[in-house]
Design a binder for this molecule. Sequence first.
Ligand code: AMP
Ligand code: GLY
Length: 432
Amino acid sequence: MKVLVIGSGGREHALVWKIAQSPLVKRVYCAPGNAGISELAEIVPIAADDITGLADFSEREKIDLTVVGPEAPLALGIVDLFRSKNMKIFGPGKSASRLESSKVFAKNIMKKYGVPTADFRVFLDKDKTLDFVRKAQRPLVIKADGLCAGKGVFVCATLEEQENAIIAIMQEGVFGAAGRTVLIEERLEGEEASIIVVSDGEHVLALASSQDYKRIFDFDRGPNTGGMGAYSPAPLVTQEMFAGIERKIIIPMIQGMKQEGAPFCGVLYAGVMIDAEGPKVLEFNVRLGDPETQAILPRLKSDIVEMMLKALDKGLSKATVEWDERACVCVVVAAGGYPGAYEKGKEIVGLPELKDREDVVVFHAGTKKLKTQNSKFITVTNGGRVLGVTALGDSIQAAIGTVYSALEKINFEAMYYRKDIGKRALPRVVPS
Ligand code: AMP
Ligand code: GLY
């Protein structure tokens, strides 16, 4: 088979890495990819959101299966476009993708099908929104309805923060049309986990649990980022809790979407907040998480391509999945300054030392290859999140030890990473 992966981040490197291991696959392509991906796949210089360009390429190259990494092409309807041309593509169609591209749509589905989530109100008018928060006088979360590259959520403690968020979204229009409608939610407290499943529209196959780290600094301080690290499994999510999440959240959503005439085939990601009352949904994504994928796929023993083909053939009811018992920890290495302004083009050294390790994989995100004056190729930084250094270990503690000693081998100017990835899980696995 010829498989095309769409995207250019760490998640897509992990997908390409895993897909290339499938005995069903002869050749992998990636559009637009990165330096790490170029060692495993043929790079196709087409942007992830150029869906007609991607469809033309796939038709011309007779691609057998396309796998979509990020949300933008899904929201643009890439799956509907490929299907209209009888090409196989793994991911939800445009209407099912609204679970991520419209937070109001997702909330209304959750409400209709009794899925636990924070109470909410929807607003279109700035003055009415301001009026509501001024009267409410409690911690609230202000969210722009549409896709904002992970920046459209404001978790506010004070009225001033709430007012500022509303003015930024509804008056200054910082998110454009994505902020035309605003959602106000009760602020939930607790610990977050990522529950990711593959669905064929009717049945689901759950992937291993994971947790990610959204803040830039240790101990969850500083602004939100695309994700600074992840680990899997998440000991917080016991088997019993996982079963409850499937029963009360995942299955009602899959059945609900079918009933709505928008069956969900692809990867459904539920971000949940777990408190004393149990898990409640914070958000749905219609794709794999980044960096959760980098911590999940190294533990997946089963063939991912077979799993995707089964989902496309509505055959997940009898499918099983096998996991490596080991724990996996991924630490994201960022360019200094991220998530604010940062520089690109810094040479990354030390990568060859970590090649050929069974227990360490370096997934690339913002990297590219550069030809030097003496015709040598070097790898340089090309984004805010640069690498996802990932290690397996017999325990989460062992994986943490391995990942941080691997990180010592890598260097580039102003490189930054968190020092506490995975440590949150330790009190649950190591008796104190
Ligand atoms: P979302 O994109 O909706 O998941 O929001 C991004 C992040 O904001 C989540 O991962 C949570 O950390 C936080 N968040 C979202 N909704 C809530 C809520 N209702 N209560 C507390 N935190 C929230
Ligand atoms: N790690 C969160 C996300 O992928 O949206």
